[in-house]
Design a protein around this ligand. Structure first.
Ligand code: HEM
Length: 435
């Protein structure tokens, strides 16, 4: 295919293009983009994925500093940094995402979901993705800022402004036009200015307060964190990590929950089995399988990119320095050598069998694996449990066009359901365990 055609298909129909290339010429394959001439080498064989994810960071660092979202995240963002600076920020950020802490977020997740559900129109179609996005934004703000999040209306507006679809397009255009690292101007620049003003103000207020030890929100934990040399984070570093968590931590999870319901309404037996498990109140094995299967078959981030600094042997191929080698999350999660009928939504495949590290990679891998993976999985489960405990989703008759499933559409760096996960909700009948 001419590079121009590959570029247009990559922008408009990335999953179609990946499926097509996986069939012929087959894995691994190279995509070439015009006019830059940039090439991506896509891999999806678990052994190749393992080689890339476990290669030392000085050989295969992340190429996310070239991502269209990098300028908004800032130069100290853990997503943007590489090498020892990346490890420093990552170690500072990890504690709030560990085991015990997770439980504290559970109440916030259930409460935010219930509050939003109270306004849903029953029996009429709605775009679920808009609501899940509002819920996860509320949750991440509460997790990051604690109760102060309640008076952060302007912050919410600034973030929503940043994430508006037109702005995502503007962001992509910005990334194509200029070298990365420059701060966006125009509507995105204005939204970023508003976001920064609120964040710096809050950092200043907290530093002055001196009650950090009693607080458990992420900002307080980060303000108290010290690296191996006992050095604390600067205001600029804090700003970049907070913006990173706010942006990386809500759209992704919201889309995954929307995809879960999009799949469930088209698989009534699966939905009924899930509702039965919820009603029985006896564990969450099937729910876990549903979440794992959704993340497998509809991964919201389709690829991750590593930029080789040295030669690397991947399978039979020796890739030269300068190669952008790309574990394709989308293709790896559907590798027919690993999964039977890989396009089918069948949570049963994960009953009694946990996903494998290098053939189920919705959260990427190696030392760059998503910091919020456990948080996101907990949030998905609790949001689904709360919704399905009270309401039952159906496919609205108007959605016949999407009877077999909504296509994926790009939104900034994620893949979202093209119609916004259209669904109707009805109240569930009596006989449920929670009354
Ligand atoms: C279903 C939801 C989510 C998905 C599918 C997802 C996916 C990803 C992926 C694919 C990466 C890149 C990994 C790599 O390069 O190997 C990543 C990185 C990251 N994610 Fe997530 N993510 C989700 C939710 C979250 C949440 C809730 C947070 C935080 C609250 C978060 C914070 C981050 C951070 C900080 C990184 C950068 C890690 C690093 O570079 O060291 N993500 N995520």
């Amino acid at each position: 295919m001419p590079a121009v055609v590959q570029t247009v298909l990559w922008a408009l129909a990335p999953t179609w293009l990946m499926d097509r290339c996986a069939r012929r010429p087959g894995e691994p394959f190279t995509l070439t983009f015009a006019p830059s001439g940039m090439k991506l080498v896509l891999v999806s064989d678990p052994e190749a994925v393992k080689t890339v994810f476990t290669a030392p960071p000085e050989i295969a660092p992340s190429a996310a500093n070239n991502s269209p979202i990098a300028p908004a995240l800032g130069p100290s963002s853990v997503i943007v940094l590489t090498g020892p600076e990346h490890m420093r920020q990552r170690k500072l950020l990890l504690p709030p995402f560990h085991g015990e802490r997770m439980r504290e977020y559970a109440e916030v997740i259930v409460e935010a979901t219930r509050k939003d559900m109270a306004q849903w129109p029953l029996g009429r179609p709605m775009k679920l993705q808009e609501r899940t996005r509002a819920i996860t934004l509320e949750v991440i703000l509460r997790a990051v800022f604690g109760v102060e999040a309640e008076r952060m209306g302007p912050l919410k507006q600034a973030i929503s402004g940043l994430m508006r679809p037109t702005n995502s397009l503007a962001m992509l255009r910005f990334a194509l036009r200029r070298p990365s690292g420059e701060r966006p101007t125009g509507a995105i620049g204005d939204a970023l200015d508003r976001l920064d003003a609120v964040i710096y103000q809050e950092i200043g207020r907290r530093r002055a307060q001196g009650d950090l030890a009693e607080r458990t929100d992420i900002l307080s934990l980060l303000l108290g964190a010290r690296d191996e040399d006992g050095v604390e984070m600067t205001d600029g570093e804090l700003r970049d990590e907070l913006v990173t968590l706010l942006l990386a931590g809500h759209e992704t999870t919201a889309t995954s929950v929307a995809w879960a319901i999009e799949r469930l309404v088209r698989h009534p037996h699966t939905l009924q089995r899930l509702l039965s498990e919820l009603d029985a109140g006896d564990g969450d094995e099937y729910m876990t399988a549903v979440v794992n299967e959704t993340l497998r078959v509809r991964p919201v981030v389709p690829i991750v990119v590593r930029l080789l600094q040295q030669e690397l042997q991947v399978g039979e191929h020796v890739l030269p320095p300068g190669t952008r080698v790309v574990p394709s999350i989308y293709l790896t999660n559907r590798n027919p050598r690993v999964y039977d009928n890989p396009h089918e939504f069948r949570p049963e495949r994960f009953l009694g069998a946990a996903p494998e590290t290098f053939s189920w990679i919705p959260f990427g891998g190696g030392i760059r694996r998503c910091i919020g993976a456990s948080f996101a999985q907990l949030e998905m489960k609790l949001m689904l449990q709360t919704m399905l405990g009270e309401l039952e989703p159906t496919l609205p008759p108007q959605s016949r066009r999407w009877r077999r499933g909504e296509w994926s559409r790009r939104r900034a760096v994620t893949l979202v359901p093209v119609a916004g996960a259209r669904v109707s909700w009805n109240r569930r009948g009596p006989g449920r365990s929670d009354g």
